[in-house]
Unconditional design. Sequence first.
Length: 345
Amino acid sequence: MNGPVMSARRPRRSVVLATLGLLALGSVVLGLSARGSGENGPPVEVTIPPGASFNSVVDTLLKRGILSGGRSFRLVARLTGADRQIRSGRYELVPGSPRSEILEALTSGRVMTFGMTIPEGFTIADMVSRVAETVDLPTETVRARLADPAAHEGWAVPGPGLEGYLFPDTYLFARGVSLDVVIDAMVKRYRSVWTDPRNTRLEELDMSENELMTLASIIQAEAAQVADMPTISAVYHNRLRLGYRLEADPTVLYALGGHRERLLYAAMDSVADHPYNTYTQRGLPPGPIAAPGEAAIQAALYPADVSFLYFVARPGGSHIFTNSLAEHNQAREVARRERDAAANP
């Protein structure tokens, strides 16, 4: 007779537990859909440091006006397990957003990102300020790290430093990213350029990777138009094959440590013995003089099939290519007259 009584109590207990479960589920659903603050407002930047406790995260959200009350937010987060999944970083959160959106942002790591653009042909000196802004470090700290001759060892680039191997592109980084992460991304992007066909072509040219990148950086610095790159490449390949000095102005400018409108002989003399002065030194410089883009690398690998040995830049950005020194001197005179005409219309 006791059996039927016990079996009658079990359903009632199950009903009670199920009801409590539904109430808990309902509170979670209502909590998630409820808004974090009574008033909407403009986006607010919030930083969650690494290792921050969940309570400190809630306190930060309260102080920044993202939440108007923390008790229900804490309850919902703990019932859903979100309190153990918060990720550090810098977030942009909107006051008044549903708690579900706030929790989703914080647990998915949907941190603020911004672009860092490094144009083709930038030197390390050119890119320091942009990298420093990205990593939120003093420019001198970034400059010292990027220009450190030993820095390349950590990333196994083939040159004497990182110059030329921080690939020009637009990158997306989380705010507050470390300098190592930025360098790593740029070097990895550089490595992605070296496809199997390009590696095969490099072997055919009997050049080292550093030699090829050095040549590509000179082509990048010389060419105002991509269409001229293969022909400029051919000029330098021809001169190297014949044992001529490259006599590339950008290498001397690099040796001088900066950009100049005109390269004067007096300035050239001041760096006569510099290894990057291709007017006085034979062969290629020790390493790249800037960060070449993919088009310049391709041109260095595949020069045009021409016999030119000289070129001179015209005011519009194109070049006059010639085979002999006499022709080159004539081309220089043509370019000079064009510059004079452009300056005095």
